[in-house]
Design a protein around this ligand. Structure first.
Ligand code: PLP
Length: 445
């Protein structure tokens, strides 16, 4: 077995899930790893790629998680593997702030080209989504000379101190970890399934709250499709109205595209679906085929507001991660992965709409591109059913399908397949999910 070859693209259950080797590794995990680092599905990976993850027991699982929207081009995309191999042999690190290298500059150029808007842009590279969000806030504050930052209900922006403050949900992200950074305010989101408001009305509600309770902030930060909060797509017109209010008032509009960026939603960036041009755009997750890299890209005059030496970090824009990012961008463009994400949306929404007709437990099917979710409710109500989400995820896991849950109420089942997955694997995974829904229905009837 060569560890670099992509596993065969079919689901295979060699043992029960998790198998004996994974169970043994989980026992070691409990003796060695802090218990605060939890695991969704305790199978230990040996290989992954295309649309599957192979585990230490020889099970091959269908990947509808992409390591949380990271391996958009696949977990062993050939161009990424080759680019990393070449770069790691050349040099692993010099620190861009000490002796720079071309890869960093090339990634900045690609980001400036690919992000929405034709204005003059600059980029800065970091390691994680949270770190990039922190830097976007630093930049917005120094540019405006103001302090307040407005985030939204159901928001997720990371686990560092400032990004915990920006994040809405207490358990598990914030509980016991305060005090949090000051001058963060929370505005109401547009959540069409639950508030029934059109986009303009929901935006007016948010703006009124901001003007009355905050005044003019430095920045407003929002995920164009919320990720951890439940794959919430705001009503049409909500994002453009907020962006317009920011423009008129000189408030920096920050799009957190950490989860939605790099073809995930059927556009290079999710802001494009409504023609929104953010002042700053934060990207990470899907940027580099699995290597840790993140970025802030935006208007040159805002990005250049920070003094020399004010931005950076030891590892930010590591050369191996940059090589991987260039290969990931090439893969997205050469392999037509934006189109592929749209096709995945169609396939998944068609199948899930069928399930929704048959099961009154699916309140809504939503999402964009290969970022699709079902919100689960008690029959005939909109009351969240987190127990059902948990049961369906467990059933899918036991059948070799990796799915994740999310949502403020924990009642959303979310699907984030790599764009390298085949239609056959998607159908197989959806068949598993359909059976799990049938079983759950008859068990509760
Ligand atoms: C995952 C995520 C983050 C945090 O990224 P990390 O790399 O985990 O720090 C921030 N914002 C959004 C929208 C995310 O989905």
């Amino acid at each position: 077995m060569t560890l670099t070859s992509t596993p065969a693209q079919t689901r295979r259950l060699a043992t029960s899930i998790p198998g004996p080797r994974s169970r043994a590794l989980m026992a070691r995990t409990q003796g060695a790893v802090a218990s605060g680092v939890a695991t969704t599905l305790p199978v230990f990976a040996v290989r992954a790629g295309g649309g599957v993850v192979e585990d230490v027991d020889g099970n091959v699982l269908i990947d509808l998680g992409s390591g949380i929207a990271v391996t958009t081009v696949g977990a062993s995309a050939p161009r990424v593997v080759e680019a990393v191999r070449e770069q790691v042999a050349a040099f692993t690190h010099t620190c861009f702030m000490v002796t720079p290298y071309e890869g960093y500059v090339a990634v900045a150029e690609q980001l400036n080209r690919l992000t929405p808007g034709t204005h003059e842009k600059r980029s800065a590279l970091f390691n994680s989504g949270a770190e990039a969000v922190e830097n976007a806030v630093k930049i917005a504050r120094t540019h405006t000379g103001r302090h307040a930052v407005v985030a939204f209900d159901h928001a997720y922006h990371g686990r560092t101190n400032l990004t915990m403050a920006l994040t809405a949900k207490s358990m598990p992200y914030k509980h016991g970890f305060g005090p949090f950074a000051p001058e963060i305010y929370r505005a109401p989101l547009s959540y069409p399934y639950r508030d029934g408001l059109d986009g303009r009305t929901a935006a007016a509600r948010a703006v009124e709250m901001i003007e009355k309770q905050v005044g003019l902030p430095a920045a407003l930060i929002i995920e164009p499709v919320q990720g951890e909060g439940g794959f919430i797509v705001p009503a049409e017109g909500f994002l453009p109205a907020l962006a317009e209010w920011c423009r008129i008032n000189d408030v920096v509009f920050i799009a957190d595209e950490v989860q939605t960026g790099f073809a995930r939603t059927g556009a290079m960036f999710a802001c494009e679906h409504e023609g929104v041009v953010p002042d700053l755009l934060v990207s990470a997750k899907g940027i580099a085929g699995g290597l840790p890299l993140s970025a802030v890209t935006g208007r040159a005059e805002i990005m250049n507001a920070a003094h020399a030496g004010g931005l950076g970090g030891t590892y930010g824009g590591n050369p191996i991660a940059c090589a991987a990012a260039l290969a990931a961008v090439e893969t997205i463009e050469a392999d037509g992965l934006i189109e592929r994400a749209r096709r995945i949306e169609q396939l998944m929404k068609d199948r899930l709409a069928g399930f929704q007709k048959a099961h009154r437990r699916i309140g809504e099917v939503r999402g964009r591109g290969a970022m699709i979710a079902v919100e689960l409710v008690r029959p005939g109500t909109t009351e969240p059913d987190p127990g059902l989400a948990k049961a369906l995820a467990a059933a899918a896991h036991s059948q070799g399908v990796i799915v994740l849950t999310c949502g403020t109420y924990g009642n959303v089942l979310r699907f984030l397949p790599p764009l390298s997955i085949s239609d056959e694997l998607l159908h197989d995974a959806l068949d598993v999910l359909g059976s799990a829904l049938n079983d759950a229905e008859s068990a509760r009837a």
